[in-house]
Write a protein that binds this ligand. Structure first.
Ligand SMILES: [Zn+2]
Length: 282
């Protein structure tokens, strides 16, 4: 079963980069979210594919019409209000930021917001308190776990590569981790983001075929934007990682969605036998 998700953020919402760290900087940059979301919606239409969209509250606040457009056909989740790493926040800050985003998205869409993804997979084991807060805020499905070490977070102690139930003081959360593959000893995400853009489609296709039980993919609007400006001052390695393959990625995604059947979270979770998945307790 293959689940497709998008993290709806602007082309400049890169993590760990001072020039784009907070809302104060964001208004300086060109608006590209309209054409980038349009591109995604056309690809989904052409391939008749469902997907879940994790939206930053800031995008919803600035451009509520985009959120309305997406939510008229697709499931919406929260990607926090201000796109900050969880381990850089106190539990109180995280609660407030996430709560604000959920309320705003619910107001705009009329949908209950039950899905969440933290920026940069930044819930580590030391931030497991975040799951208690998420459950308390009504989140039922979380996609924040990268089940290995990761630059912005990661959770190597997560017990499996697929879904699990996370027990919290406010009830269970059903976890849908991102799919990873170990390449030269390093766990990577290949079904979205930089490595999806970098690797030839034949490899993405063959690695995806190996995941016949469970594959969760994520794409950013900027991943498919071959005309975006380059942010000034990015280190060379970061430049490469952030921009490689953006020109061909829309066509690659089109091919991917024709070759594999993807669905959204609300459909995907009905195909999982939750009585057979591991339970995680922190
Ligand atoms: Zn993000």
């Amino acid at each position: 079963m293959n689940i497709l998700t998008f993290d709806v953020e602007e082309w400049f919402h890169l993590l760990d980069f001072d020039a784009t760290r907070t809302e104060a900087e964001w208004s300086r940059y060109e608006v590209r979210i309209y054409e980038n979301v349009d591109r995604i919606l056309s690809i989904l239409d052409e391939t008749n594919t469902k997907a879940t969209f994790f939206i930053i509250g800031w995008v919803a606040k600035m451009y509520p019409d985009i959120v309305k457009r997406i939510s008229s056909k697709y499931q919406i989740g929260s990607h926090t209000m201000n796109h900050q790493l969880v381990w850089q926040q106190t539990p109180e800050e995280f609660r407030k930021d996430t709560d604000n985003s959920i309320k705003l998205l619910q107001d705009i869409t009329g949908q209950p917001i039950e899905c969440f993804r933290a920026p940069g997979y930044s819930i580590r084991e030391s931030e497991a308190w975040a799951f208690d807060i998420l459950a308390d805020l009504g989140i039922k499905y979380d996609c924040s776990v990268f089940p290995a070490h990761h630059a912005h977070g990661g959770m190597p102690s997560y017990p499996c590569k697929g879904p699990a139930i996370i027990k919290t003081s406010h009830g269970n959360i059903r976890e849908l981790p991102i799919t990873t593959k170990t390449l030269f000893g390093k766990p990577i995400i290949f079904s979205g983001g930089g490595y999806f853009r970098l690797f030839p489609y034949s490899l993405i296709k063959s690695w995806s075929k190996d995941c016949d039980d469970y594959l969760l993919s994520y794409i950013h609007p900027r991943d498919l934007d071959g005309a975006q400006p380059m942010l000034k001052g990015l280190p060379l390695a970061r430049k490469f990682k952030s921009y490689v393959g953006t020109k061909g990625a829309a066509n690659k995604l089109r091919k991917y969605l024709r070759d594999f059947e993807f669905t959204d979270i609300q459909t995907g979770v009905t195909q999982i036998d939750w009585s057979k998945v591991p339970t995680v307790e922190f």
